[in-house]
Design a protein around this ligand. Structure first.
Ligand code: SF4
Ligand code: SF4
Length: 293
């Protein structure tokens, strides 16, 4: 996102209120179990998931990443280059959230970031030629939501604390930076190869398979980690998630923060040559980006 005004192109009937809010601005809003619209917002959803959302939900449901992704999500493309995202799966017949129960959210303590923010929207922006991100908040006013009529004023900061979004934003920070950098760089970065897109999916959402990859010979041939670092990635899910984002920054943008073995580049070049000789039409073999996998 490179624009100063994220609201320019809003359709006239958008529930998004075109007023940029800062952390110390107040909003009038309260949601609680006794409100007449309770659960209305979960009956027709369109919820994208972040890596930490997935980790929390799969752990709560005691599922592997593969099981969670196939049972509860559908893939979508986050931009025209096909950057892969995942959303909570619904059906045309039933657009309600699969976690919705009569007495409310069935995964409340582990509900996704979007649900925590609602009825606030978050828009992260990075201006062209800037290395820092800016967050803008805005209010989402949908007809069914009566929380806006409740008699409570609360600052954005206090609302964020109440909803526990800090932990989510902090753990997802580097991953979000990748999405922003990809968007703000536009065509200068080029379209990632199919292999890079698959790798993005692996590092971002499929933690069990990513952990297996980190433990593989392919990985250890290229990357030079200490035994302590390897042990941490084997046992600490959040460390693995954050490592995935660092690795993606290195693979997609050449931001080198993970040590590479001395002979890895030569081995990689040799492998590429073999791939090209075997199949000169293979787009992955001919891709000349900063891939290290
Ligand atoms: S996860 Fe919970 S809060 Fe979010 S849409 Fe589903 S039921 Fe509603
Ligand atoms: S007040 Fe809004 S957010 Fe709360 S239950 Fe009603 S529709 Fe959902």
């Amino acid at each position: 996102m490179t624009t100063d005004s994220p609201f320019e192109d809003l359709p006239y009937n958008s529930p998004l209120q075109p007023i940029k809010l800062e952390l110390d601005d107040n909003i009038q809003f309260r949601c609680h179990k006794n409100i007449a619209c309770f659960n209305e917002c979960c009956k027709k959803i369109d919820i994208s998931l972040t890596p930490y959302d997935i980790l929390r939900l799969q752990k709560r449901l005691k599922l592997t990443s593969n099981e969670f992704l196939s049972q509860y999500t559908i893939p979508f493309e986050m931009d025209k280059d096909g950057m892969p995202g995942v959303k909570i799966k619904t059906t045309e017949d039933n657009p309600a959230c699969p976690f919705l129960q009569e007495d409310g959210c069935g995964v409340y303590e582990d509900r996704p970031t979007v649900c925590r923010y609602y009825a606030l929207g978050l828009m992260s922006m990075r201006k062209e030629n800037s290395s820092t991100d800016e967050n803008a908040y805005f209010l989402i006013k949908e007809d069914h939501c009566l929380g806006h009529n409740e008699n409570r004023m609360i600052s954005i900061t206090d609302y964020r604390n109440e909803q526990g979004v800090d932990e989510y934003d902090s753990i997802n920070r580097e991953w979000r930076q990748i999405i922003l950098k990809k968007r703000s760089a536009g065509p200068t970065i080029g379209k990632p190869s199919q292999r890079s897109l698959q790798f993005f999916f692996l590092c971002s959402y499929n933690f069990d398979s990513f952990r297996s990859f980190v433990q593989s010979e392919n990985f250890s041939e290229v990357y030079s980690l200490t035994p302590e670092e390897i042990n941490q990635l084997e046992t600490d899910d959040i460390a693995l998630l954050k490592f995935g984002a660092k690795l993606l920054k290195q693979v997609l943008f050449g931001e080198m923060s993970i040590a590479i073995k001395d002979d890895a580049l030569q081995k990689r070049a040799l492998n590429r040559r073999k791939q090209i000789q075997a199949d000169p039409e293979d787009p992955n073999a001919n891709y000349d980006g900063p891939e290290m996998v």
